[in-house]
Design a protein around this ligand. Structure first.
Ligand SMILES: [Zn+2]
Length: 175
């Protein structure tokens, strides 16, 4: 059994079983990590108010076979316009889809932490840092340069009209 205390960004949460929540977290040293918040769905859970996407939190994690969330407290909440919030959520969805669990990336961590504080987090920057610069990309179907979405599974870009014709459900908007 190992225990970690670390800063983390909440990427997303999902229900798990009847009462629990799985939180997908992004950290500097552990990279992306899924942690189970036991009883997280209960109304008076100590986790509930802290596990919101875009929150920067301090967590204590216990790693056995799986990773369990032992404690969480919010350090900073996102404070931006509706458009800034929308872009930041797109950026977090990309991190969640592209970064494999356990892969740490200090440059990406620093960018995400700073850009969340200044409410300037942008999906294009995330892609650039991960080696998929959208400004140099073209649509995988029509070769158009105005790319609007990214398909993480195939690591390809799509333009606005092609992404409507693409059957895949894993498409993520990038602007
Ligand atoms: Zn296209």
């Amino acid at each position: 059994m190992r225990e970690y205390a670390t800063e983390a960004i909440v990427l997303r949460t999902a229900p798990m079983g009847e009462w629990d929540i799985t939180a997908s977290l992004f950290t500097e040293q552990l990279g992306r990590i899924d942690a189970r918040a036991i009883g997280g769905k209960r109304i008076h859970s100590k986790f509930a108010q802290h596990l919101n996407p875009l929150n920067r939190v301090l967590v204590r994690l216990v790693q056995k076979n799986a990773t369990t969330l032992a404690d969480v407290v919010t350090e900073a909440r996102f404070n931006g316009t509706a458009r800034a919030t929308q872009k930041a959520l797109m950026a977090l969805a990309l991190i969640n889809a592209i970064i494999l669990p356990g892969n740490s990336d200090t440059r990406l961590w620093r960018y995400v932490k700073d850009a969340l504080s200044s409410a300037t987090l942008a999906p294009q920057e995330i892609l650039k840092l991960l080696g998929h610069d959208p400004s140099r990309a073209s649509c995988v179907r029509c070769r158009g340069r105005d790319v609007r979405s990214f398909l993480p599974e195939d690591q390809v870009f799509l333009c606005n009209s092609c992404n409507l014709k693409f059957p895949d459900k894993g498409i993520l908007l990038i602007q």
